[in-house]
Design a protein around this ligand. Structure first.
Ligand code: GDP
Length: 299
Protein backbone atom coordinates (compact mmCIF):
# COMPACT_ATOMS: atom_id res chain seq x y z
CA UNK A 1 0.00 0.00 0.00
CA UNK A 2 1.44 3.37 -0.94
CA UNK A 3 1.60 6.40 1.33
CA UNK A 4 -1.22 8.27 -0.39
CA UNK A 5 -3.44 5.19 0.09
CA UNK A 6 -2.63 5.23 3.78
CA UNK A 7 -3.71 8.88 3.97
CA UNK A 8 -6.86 8.15 2.02
CA UNK A 9 -7.83 5.24 4.27
CA UNK A 10 -7.23 7.20 7.46
CA UNK A 11 -9.20 10.09 6.09
CA UNK A 12 -12.04 7.85 5.00
CA UNK A 13 -12.17 6.35 8.50
CA UNK A 14 -12.47 9.80 10.06
CA UNK A 15 -15.06 10.86 7.45
CA UNK A 16 -17.12 7.73 8.09
CA UNK A 17 -17.25 8.76 11.68
CA UNK A 18 -18.56 12.19 10.70
CA UNK A 19 -21.34 10.54 8.75
CA UNK A 20 -22.28 8.05 11.45
CA UNK A 21 -25.83 8.93 12.56
CA UNK A 22 -24.89 8.07 16.09
CA UNK A 23 -21.41 9.20 17.02
CA UNK A 24 -21.10 6.71 19.86
CA UNK A 25 -18.23 4.78 21.33
CA UNK A 26 -18.75 1.89 18.92
CA UNK A 27 -18.38 4.19 15.90
CA UNK A 28 -15.27 5.68 17.49
CA UNK A 29 -13.77 2.23 18.14
CA UNK A 30 -14.45 1.19 14.55
CA UNK A 31 -12.67 4.27 13.30
CA UNK A 32 -9.61 3.61 15.49
CA UNK A 33 -9.59 -0.02 14.29
CA UNK A 34 -9.72 1.03 10.64
CA UNK A 35 -6.89 3.54 11.10
CA UNK A 36 -4.79 0.85 12.75
CA UNK A 37 -5.38 -1.69 10.02
CA UNK A 38 -4.43 0.95 7.43
CA UNK A 39 -1.15 1.54 9.30
CA UNK A 40 -0.45 -2.18 9.51
CA UNK A 41 -1.11 -2.56 5.79
CA UNK A 42 1.45 0.22 5.23
CA UNK A 43 4.08 -1.78 7.13
CA UNK A 44 4.10 0.15 10.37
CA UNK A 45 5.37 -2.02 13.23
CA UNK A 46 2.61 -3.84 15.14
CA UNK A 47 3.72 -2.60 18.57
CA UNK A 48 3.68 1.00 17.38
CA UNK A 49 0.17 0.55 16.01
CA UNK A 50 -1.03 -0.94 19.29
CA UNK A 51 0.53 2.00 21.14
CA UNK A 52 -1.20 4.46 18.84
CA UNK A 53 -4.55 2.78 19.36
CA UNK A 54 -4.21 3.12 23.10
CA UNK A 55 -2.97 6.73 22.91
CA UNK A 56 -5.87 7.88 20.73
CA UNK A 57 -8.37 6.19 23.06
CA UNK A 58 -6.66 7.69 26.11
CA UNK A 59 -6.64 11.19 24.67
CA UNK A 60 -10.28 11.20 23.56
CA UNK A 61 -11.64 9.35 26.63
CA UNK A 62 -14.94 8.83 24.87
CA UNK A 63 -16.72 7.52 27.97
CA UNK A 64 -15.85 10.65 29.96
CA UNK A 65 -17.15 13.14 27.40
CA UNK A 66 -20.07 15.17 28.78
CA UNK A 67 -23.32 13.73 27.36
CA UNK A 68 -24.23 17.02 25.73
CA UNK A 69 -20.99 17.20 23.68
CA UNK A 70 -22.02 17.97 20.11
CA UNK A 71 -21.04 15.65 17.30
CA UNK A 72 -18.98 18.48 15.85
CA UNK A 73 -16.95 18.84 19.01
CA UNK A 74 -16.48 15.10 19.31
CA UNK A 75 -15.27 14.97 15.75
CA UNK A 76 -12.82 17.81 16.35
CA UNK A 77 -11.42 16.10 19.44
CA UNK A 78 -11.01 12.85 17.59
CA UNK A 79 -9.38 14.45 14.55
CA UNK A 80 -6.94 16.29 16.80
CA UNK A 81 -6.04 13.08 18.64
CA UNK A 82 -5.44 11.22 15.38
CA UNK A 83 -3.28 14.06 14.08
CA UNK A 84 -1.29 14.40 17.34
CA UNK A 85 -0.51 10.73 17.61
CA UNK A 86 0.40 10.21 13.97
CA UNK A 87 2.74 13.20 14.23
CA UNK A 88 4.20 11.72 17.38
CA UNK A 89 5.00 8.53 15.46
CA UNK A 90 7.26 10.35 13.00
CA UNK A 91 8.69 12.90 15.42
CA UNK A 92 11.53 11.64 17.65
CA UNK A 93 11.72 15.04 19.40
CA UNK A 94 15.41 15.38 18.78
CA UNK A 95 16.97 18.17 16.79
CA UNK A 96 19.14 17.26 13.80
CA UNK A 97 22.54 18.87 13.30
CA UNK A 98 22.39 22.32 11.72
CA UNK A 99 25.18 23.16 9.26
CA UNK A 100 26.96 26.42 10.00
CA UNK A 101 28.24 28.89 7.46
CA UNK A 102 31.93 29.83 7.62
CA UNK A 103 33.14 26.45 8.90
CA UNK A 104 33.67 23.03 7.37
CA UNK A 105 30.67 20.83 8.15
CA UNK A 106 31.57 17.21 7.46
CA UNK A 107 28.62 14.96 6.66
CA UNK A 108 29.05 11.20 6.27
CA UNK A 109 26.49 9.03 4.49
CA UNK A 110 25.84 5.41 5.44
CA UNK A 111 23.35 2.85 4.16
CA UNK A 112 23.03 -0.33 2.15
CA UNK A 113 23.95 -0.45 -1.50
CA UNK A 114 21.03 0.54 -3.69
CA UNK A 115 19.37 2.63 -0.99
CA UNK A 116 20.16 5.78 -2.94
CA UNK A 117 23.23 7.07 -1.10
CA UNK A 118 25.22 8.35 -4.05
CA UNK A 119 22.20 9.99 -5.66
CA UNK A 120 21.19 11.59 -2.36
CA UNK A 121 24.73 12.86 -1.63
CA UNK A 122 24.57 14.94 -4.79
CA UNK A 123 21.04 16.11 -4.03
CA UNK A 124 22.09 17.26 -0.57
CA UNK A 125 25.25 18.98 -1.83
CA UNK A 126 23.11 20.79 -4.37
CA UNK A 127 20.55 21.68 -1.70
CA UNK A 128 23.25 23.40 0.34
CA UNK A 129 24.89 24.93 -2.71
CA UNK A 130 21.67 26.68 -3.72
CA UNK A 131 21.50 28.07 -0.18
CA UNK A 132 24.88 29.73 -0.49
CA UNK A 133 27.12 27.07 1.06
CA UNK A 134 30.35 26.05 -0.65
CA UNK A 135 29.65 22.32 -1.04
CA UNK A 136 31.64 19.33 -2.30
CA UNK A 137 31.62 15.53 -2.45
CA UNK A 138 34.08 12.81 -1.44
CA UNK A 139 33.79 9.21 -2.67
CA UNK A 140 35.00 6.80 0.02
CA UNK A 141 33.48 3.73 -1.62
CA UNK A 142 36.51 1.80 -2.82
CA UNK A 143 34.68 -1.53 -2.69
CA UNK A 144 32.31 -1.19 -5.63
CA UNK A 145 33.90 -0.75 -9.00
CA UNK A 146 32.19 2.19 -10.65
CA UNK A 147 31.16 3.95 -7.43
CA UNK A 148 33.66 6.75 -7.99
CA UNK A 149 32.59 7.15 -11.63
CA UNK A 150 28.96 7.42 -10.62
CA UNK A 151 29.69 10.11 -8.04
CA UNK A 152 31.93 11.92 -10.52
CA UNK A 153 29.22 11.94 -13.16
CA UNK A 154 26.57 13.22 -10.75
CA UNK A 155 28.92 15.85 -9.31
CA UNK A 156 30.00 17.06 -12.74
CA UNK A 157 26.39 17.41 -13.86
CA UNK A 158 25.61 19.45 -10.75
CA UNK A 159 28.87 21.42 -11.01
CA UNK A 160 29.97 20.29 -7.56
CA UNK A 161 33.69 19.74 -6.81
CA UNK A 162 34.52 16.14 -5.90
CA UNK A 163 37.36 13.96 -4.66
CA UNK A 164 38.07 10.26 -5.06
CA UNK A 165 40.78 7.81 -6.06
CA UNK A 166 41.04 5.01 -8.58
CA UNK A 167 44.16 3.57 -6.97
CA UNK A 168 43.80 3.95 -3.21
CA UNK A 169 41.94 0.94 -1.79
CA UNK A 170 41.60 2.03 1.83
CA UNK A 171 38.33 4.00 2.17
CA UNK A 172 39.42 5.63 5.43
CA UNK A 173 42.51 7.03 3.69
CA UNK A 174 40.54 8.39 0.71
CA UNK A 175 37.96 9.90 3.04
CA UNK A 176 40.60 11.55 5.22
CA UNK A 177 42.51 12.89 2.20
CA UNK A 178 39.37 14.30 0.60
CA UNK A 179 38.14 15.92 3.79
CA UNK A 180 41.59 17.39 4.55
CA UNK A 181 41.89 18.88 1.08
CA UNK A 182 38.42 20.43 1.10
CA UNK A 183 38.85 21.74 4.65
CA UNK A 184 41.99 23.49 3.49
CA UNK A 185 40.05 25.00 0.61
CA UNK A 186 37.44 26.25 3.09
CA UNK A 187 34.53 24.20 1.79
CA UNK A 188 31.56 24.53 4.12
CA UNK A 189 29.71 21.31 3.30
CA UNK A 190 31.87 18.23 2.77
CA UNK A 191 29.73 15.19 2.03
CA UNK A 192 31.40 11.77 2.23
CA UNK A 193 29.78 8.85 0.43
CA UNK A 194 30.68 5.39 1.75
CA UNK A 195 30.33 1.81 0.63
CA UNK A 196 27.03 0.01 1.12
CA UNK A 197 28.14 -3.54 0.58
CA UNK A 198 30.85 -6.04 1.41
CA UNK A 199 31.29 -9.78 1.15
CA UNK A 200 30.57 -9.90 4.88
CA UNK A 201 28.27 -7.51 6.71
CA UNK A 202 30.78 -7.35 9.59
CA UNK A 203 33.38 -5.92 7.19
CA UNK A 204 30.97 -3.22 6.06
CA UNK A 205 30.33 -2.18 9.65
CA UNK A 206 34.05 -2.26 10.51
CA UNK A 207 34.73 -0.02 7.52
CA UNK A 208 32.03 2.44 8.56
CA UNK A 209 33.70 2.81 11.95
CA UNK A 210 37.14 3.26 10.35
CA UNK A 211 35.89 6.02 8.05
CA UNK A 212 34.01 7.67 10.90
CA UNK A 213 37.13 7.59 13.09
CA UNK A 214 39.27 8.99 10.26
CA UNK A 215 37.06 11.99 9.44
CA UNK A 216 35.09 12.56 12.66
CA UNK A 217 31.95 13.83 10.87
CA UNK A 218 29.73 16.53 12.34
CA UNK A 219 26.75 14.56 11.14
CA UNK A 220 26.21 10.96 10.01
CA UNK A 221 23.14 10.41 7.86
CA UNK A 222 21.59 7.03 7.21
CA UNK A 223 19.95 6.64 3.82
CA UNK A 224 17.01 4.24 3.92
CA UNK A 225 15.14 2.84 0.97
CA UNK A 226 11.49 3.71 1.60
CA UNK A 227 10.24 0.78 -0.43
CA UNK A 228 11.65 -2.04 1.67
CA UNK A 229 8.97 -2.06 4.36
CA UNK A 230 9.41 -3.85 7.67
CA UNK A 231 13.06 -4.79 7.04
CA UNK A 232 13.93 -1.12 7.46
CA UNK A 233 13.57 -1.34 11.19
CA UNK A 234 16.16 -4.03 11.92
CA UNK A 235 18.47 -2.55 9.31
CA UNK A 236 18.38 0.88 10.86
CA UNK A 237 18.91 -0.57 14.36
CA UNK A 238 22.03 -2.44 13.21
CA UNK A 239 23.47 0.70 11.61
CA UNK A 240 22.56 2.80 14.63
CA UNK A 241 24.46 0.50 16.96
CA UNK A 242 27.55 0.73 14.78
CA UNK A 243 27.64 4.18 13.21
CA UNK A 244 25.24 6.00 15.54
CA UNK A 245 23.81 8.17 12.78
CA UNK A 246 22.04 11.37 13.78
CA UNK A 247 19.60 11.76 10.93
CA UNK A 248 17.71 9.72 8.35
CA UNK A 249 16.88 10.37 4.72
CA UNK A 250 14.18 8.15 3.24
CA UNK A 251 14.47 7.66 -0.50
CA UNK A 252 12.05 6.52 -3.19
CA UNK A 253 8.98 7.97 -1.53
CA UNK A 254 7.68 8.61 -5.04
CA UNK A 255 6.15 5.57 -6.68
CA UNK A 256 5.15 2.63 -4.55
CA UNK A 257 6.71 3.28 -1.17
CA UNK A 258 4.59 2.01 1.71
CA UNK A 259 6.26 4.44 4.08
CA UNK A 260 5.35 2.53 7.20
CA UNK A 261 8.79 0.98 7.52
CA UNK A 262 10.29 4.45 7.56
CA UNK A 263 7.96 5.51 10.33
CA UNK A 264 8.99 2.43 12.30
CA UNK A 265 12.70 3.20 11.75
CA UNK A 266 12.28 6.64 13.29
CA UNK A 267 10.56 5.17 16.31
CA UNK A 268 13.12 2.38 16.72
CA UNK A 269 16.18 4.64 16.55
CA UNK A 270 14.75 7.90 17.94
CA UNK A 271 16.33 9.67 15.01
CA UNK A 272 14.76 12.44 12.94
CA UNK A 273 14.04 12.09 9.25
CA UNK A 274 15.45 15.23 7.65
CA UNK A 275 14.67 14.78 3.96
CA UNK A 276 12.66 12.60 1.64
CA UNK A 277 13.94 11.51 -1.75
CA UNK A 278 11.10 12.00 -4.20
CA UNK A 279 12.62 10.91 -7.52
CA UNK A 280 15.78 10.14 -9.45
CA UNK A 281 16.61 13.71 -10.39
CA UNK A 282 18.87 16.10 -8.57
CA UNK A 283 16.04 18.36 -7.49
CA UNK A 284 13.93 15.54 -6.08
CA UNK A 285 14.63 16.16 -2.41
CA UNK A 286 12.08 17.50 0.05
CA UNK A 287 12.65 18.71 3.59
CA UNK A 288 10.83 16.55 6.09
CA UNK A 289 8.79 18.15 8.82
CA UNK A 290 6.58 15.86 10.96
CA UNK A 291 3.49 18.10 11.23
CA UNK A 292 3.52 19.13 7.59
CA UNK A 293 4.06 15.52 6.57
CA UNK A 294 1.05 14.24 8.52
CA UNK A 295 -1.13 17.17 7.39
CA UNK A 296 -0.30 16.31 3.80
CA UNK A 297 -0.86 12.61 4.44
CA UNK A 298 -4.31 13.38 5.83
CA UNK A 299 -5.04 15.66 2.89
P1 GDP B 1 23.60 3.65 -3.53
O1 GDP B 1 24.04 2.28 -3.95
O2 GDP B 1 23.04 3.65 -2.14
O3 GDP B 1 24.64 4.70 -3.73
O4 GDP B 1 22.34 4.01 -4.46
P2 GDP B 1 22.25 4.91 -5.79
O5 GDP B 1 22.38 6.34 -5.45
O6 GDP B 1 23.13 4.35 -6.83
O7 GDP B 1 20.70 4.67 -6.16
C1 GDP B 1 20.18 3.40 -6.51
C2 GDP B 1 19.01 3.61 -7.46
O8 GDP B 1 17.94 4.26 -6.79
C3 GDP B 1 19.35 4.48 -8.66
O9 GDP B 1 18.75 3.95 -9.80
C4 GDP B 1 18.73 5.85 -8.29
O10 GDP B 1 18.37 6.59 -9.43
C5 GDP B 1 17.51 5.40 -7.51
N1 GDP B 1 17.03 6.43 -6.56
C6 GDP B 1 17.72 7.06 -5.59
N2 GDP B 1 16.90 7.91 -4.89
C7 GDP B 1 15.68 7.81 -5.45
C8 GDP B 1 14.39 8.43 -5.18
O11 GDP B 1 14.20 9.24 -4.27
N3 GDP B 1 13.36 8.06 -6.00
C9 GDP B 1 13.52 7.14 -7.01
N4 GDP B 1 12.46 6.84 -7.76
N5 GDP B 1 14.69 6.54 -7.28
C10 GDP B 1 15.77 6.87 -6.52
Amino acid sequence: MVLSDLGRRINAAVQDLSRAPNLDEKAFDNMVKEICSALLAADVNVKLVQGLRKSIRDQVKFKDLPPNTSNNNKRRLIQQAVFDHLTHLVDPHSEPYKAKKGKSNVIMFVGLQGAGKTTTCTKLARYYQTRGFKACLVCADTFRAGAYDQLKQNATKAKIPYYGSLTQTDPAVVAAEGVARFRKEKFEIIIVDTSGRHQQEADLFAEMVQVQTAIRPDQTIMVLDGTIGQAVESQSMAFKQTANFGAIIITKTDGGAAGGGAISAVAATHTPIIFLGTGEHMMDLERFEPKAFISKLLG
